[in-house]
Design a protein around this ligand. Structure first.
Ligand SMILES: [Zn+2]
Length: 103
């Protein structure tokens, strides 16, 4: 899955997946009860762990949640986003610096 901001694939971590929902109900009118069906498509929210882009949108019913990047792949970047508001940078001496972004 490609990040819409940095256009890299393989760094998307899906935070929330909401499957498609169908709800059936009846509405009452002067001519009686009329059946109605509402369909809400599946949706996701996700974080690009490479550039920190946070996004959400609806997806196809057959959407498959991508495998999130491995810790090793993230470390290789030197800088990555473990969470939506948290950025980690590995310094030259090997220590990690954590920066927080206001939500
Ligand atoms: Zn990105």
């Amino acid at each position: 899955m490609e990040c819409p901001s940095c256009h890299h694939t393989g760094y998307i971590k899906v935070l929330e997946y909401t499957p498609a929902r169908v709800s059936s109900y009846h509405i009452r009118t002067s001519s009686g009860l009329i059946p109605r069906t509402d369909t809400e498509s599946a949706s996701i929210t996700y974080l690009c762990q490479r550039c920190g882009a946070y996004n959400g949108h609806s997806v196809d019913p057959d959407f498959e949640v991508p495998t999130p990047p491995t810790q090793a792949a993230l470390r290789e970047l030197g800088t990555w986003w473990p969470r939506q508001n948290e950025q980690v940078t590995i310094r030259e001496d090997g220590t990690a610096v954590v920066a927080h972004r206001m939500a």
